[in-house]
Design a protein around this ligand. Structure first.
Ligand SMILES: O=C(O)C(=O)C[C@]1(C(=O)O)C=C[C@@H](O)C=C1
Length: 629
């Protein structure tokens, strides 16, 4: 076959794949109708798990790797669940069906809000009438006056945080929240004509975007930044100017609508940048029982001590999970605050009704802002053994050392990315001895994932070059995310620690560094889990642990890198509630048995150093022994 023939073949297969996907989608809508007739929840994770296991096995026989199959399947399931939810909502709220739907949002064509509005309304299969607004207030006015059916408002961003103006406006509107959606944000430098970064003199952008890209902008000291009401205004301006010395910052998709092209991509400080939007309308909607729902409400409690805690205990008492809590000052009343709360519950459920009644009795003000289908479809995982649910019961005896069991009786459990340390299954960390190239890093990540390990560690700062370290952090984080792994690096200086804390899931504190005290204090103030290697003097290490815990960070684990004798390991575990990891070294063929014995002795995680060729033969049998007995 020549190239053209092969491509024809591929195109034919792709079109068959699409036909099959469309058929699958139609079937999943049939499932939704049947679940409406015989009420059952839309999501059935047991069914998903069974399907996934079957597909992974089938895929293996066809030469497809497990990770690839899982990723595709998650995308299909997410679409299936969201389509089923949309269908149920349509059936339950027939007034939403109309040939044309109008929506108000911030900015012009191409703004992130515009892209979010189009994405949200695409499910209605109606034509869209767009109302461009200049302020959030104008969006609310446009919906309140009936000119638009829906308004789209950004409420929080993963890198710049909550959008306070929107919270403040929600206190006073008569509108209801009827939906939410999360939009990935990728800021690019957009230009209208052929040019390069060195020619740029002025950049037009929105203040929020400016804040999210502050690190990149520091690399362009000679470039003047001008603020616009929205990124789409910046794009329109630059498209009109058609000059090589001006650029706009915004999304590539939005820029394309104005004829702009991206000169540099991925400008945001945090690479995983997402904005959550809420959708508001004049009337509240009803959310079908079978759909995971969220309810948003605002409340103000009195100033007496413990008033907020009392209110939150009401939620806990009804087994209602809170997904967001934000406090905002009450205008005109400087000493009181309004709390904005999101919970994972349907407002009509008996638990939520009863919680609201109880809250009504103990708060000064409470108003439900809306109940809407949750847009989060968390991927189903293949069970790797249920996680221990053992609760932690801190005892507030200040004189006890913080690391000790006298201070906290139960073993601590840390969350590392989406994995747990201190749960039933041990954590497996693969540490690369030297920084590999990107391709090798991906290869290592794939191997680790396929063997069942969870954390990929690589030295980002081994040559003292902080700029290069930053690039490595980004690369490590991207590769780890690609393979659904957590990422770790070793840090020896405060600056390294702060940088690594922005990107990675776990930080290893290097021993024997100058200015150790400063490093430990910074570690105690950061919010990432930490791994503290034990020194020959264990008591000195526990004193260091106490220093960290006292500063606030409770996510601390110890690493035995010197092969402590079993009795000492056991004694250590009686002494401290901090989880313990062991570094495995020595004859590769003995490591699985060694790890198994240590696991039996209560060690909760293992670090294994890999260099190139070694890993294929070490990782798989080790993981097999650890996870399959
Ligand atoms: O089988 C079902 O119950 C479905 O709703 C279909 C489906 C799927 O698309 O395969 C979707 C959602 C459920 O969580 C499980 C499976």
């Amino acid at each position: 076959m020549n190239l053209d023939d092969i491509r024809t073949h591929i195109s034919r297969l792709d079109s068959e794949l699409l036909t099959l996907l469309a058929k699958r989608k139609a079937l999943s809508l049939d499932v939704a109708r049947s679940k409406l007739a015989n009420p059952r929840p839309i999501r059935d994770q047991e069914r998903e798990q069974a399907l996934l296991v079957e597909l992974i096995n089938q895929g293996r026989q066809l030469g497809l790797d497990a990770h690839y199959v899982t990723r595709i399947y998650h995308t299909i399931i997410e679409d299936s669940v969201l389509s089923q939810q949309a269908l149920l909502q349509d059936l339950l709220n027939p007034q939403d069906k109309a040939p044309a739907i109008s929506v108000a949002f911030l900015g012009l064509t191409g703004s992130y809000s515009n892209l979010a509005a189009r994405k949200y309304l695409s499910r209605f299969q109606a034509s869209i009438i767009e109302h461009n607004c200049e302020t959030f207030q104008q969006i609310l006015d446009t919906v309140e006056s009936g000119q638009a059916q829906y308004g789209i408002l950004p409420i929080e961003n993963t890198s710049s945080g909550s959008i306070n103006d929107v919270f403040d406006l929600m206190q006073h509107t008569s509108l209801s929240i009827v939906g939410e959606l999360t939009q990935p944000i990728e800021h690019c430098l957009l230009v209208a004509v052929d040019t390069d970064v060195s020619q740029l003199k002025t950049l037009y952008t929105h203040p929020q975007v400016y804040q999210q890209c502050s690190q990149y902008l520091k690399t362009l000291p000679g470039v003047k930044v001008e603020f616009c009401a929205a990124s789409s205004n910046a794009m329109e301006l630059v498209a009109g100017l058609k000059r090589p010395d001006v650029g706009a910052m915004g999304s590539a998709d939005g820029g394309e609508l104005h004829g702009l092209r991206p000169l540099v991509r991925g400008l945001a400080n945090q690479k995983q940048n997402m904005t959550r939007f809420i959708v508001v309308a004049r009337k509240p909607i009803e959310v079908a029982e079978q759909i995971p729902a969220k309810t948003s409400f605002i409340m103000s409690t009195g100033q007496q001590s413990g008033a907020l805690v009392e209110a939150l205990l009401v939620l806990r008492g009804h087994d209602i999970t809170m997904t967001k809590l934000e406090s905002r000052p009450i205008i005109g009343n400087p000493w009181e605050e309004m709390f904005y709360v999101d919970v994972a519950a349907n407002v009509n459920s008996p638990e939520m009704q009863s919680a609201l009644k109880e809250l009504g009795r103990i708060t000064r003000f409470i108003k439900v802002l809306g109940c809407y289908p949750s847009a989060e479809v968390a991927p189903t995982r293949i069970p790797s053994g249920a996680l221990s649910q053992a609760g932690n019961t801190p005892r507030a005896e200040a004189e006890q050392p913080r690391h000790s069991r006298a201070y906290k009786a139960d073993g601590s459990r840390l969350q590392i990315g989406r994995f747990y340390l201190g749960a039933r299954e041990p954590l497996l960390v693969a540490m690369l001895g030297a920084w590999p190239g990107r391709q090798q890093l991906q290869e290592d990540a794939r191997r680790l994932k396929e063997s069942g390990g969870q954390v990929l560690a690589a030295p980002c700062f081994d040559n003292g070059d902080i700029q290069q370290g930053l690039q490595r952090l980004q690369q490590l984080r991207e590769v780890a995310a690609q393979f659904d792994l957590a990422a770790m690096t070793a840090v020896g200086k405060v600056e390294e620690l702060n940088r690594a804390a922005e990107y990675l899931d776990l930080l290893l504190l290097q021993p024997d560094q100058p200015q150790r005290g400063e490093l430990l204090i910074a570690a105690g103030r950061c919010t990432r889990p930490l791994l503290l290697p034990l020194q020959p003097d264990t008591a000195a290490s526990l004193a260091e642990a106490d220093l960290i815990l006292k500063e606030g960070n409770q996510q601390l684990a110890l690493l035995d890198g010197q092969g402590l004798p079993l009795v000492e390991l056991l004694a250590l575990q009686q002494q401290t509630h901090l989880p313990l990891l062991s570094r495995l070294e020595g004859e590769a063929s003995l490591l699985p048995e060694l790890a198994h014995a240590l696991k039996e002795a209560g060690v909760q995680g293992f670090c294994i150093e890999l260099d190139g060729s070694q890993q294929a033969d070490t990782l798989a049998p080790l993981a097999q022994r650890l996870y399959r007995g």
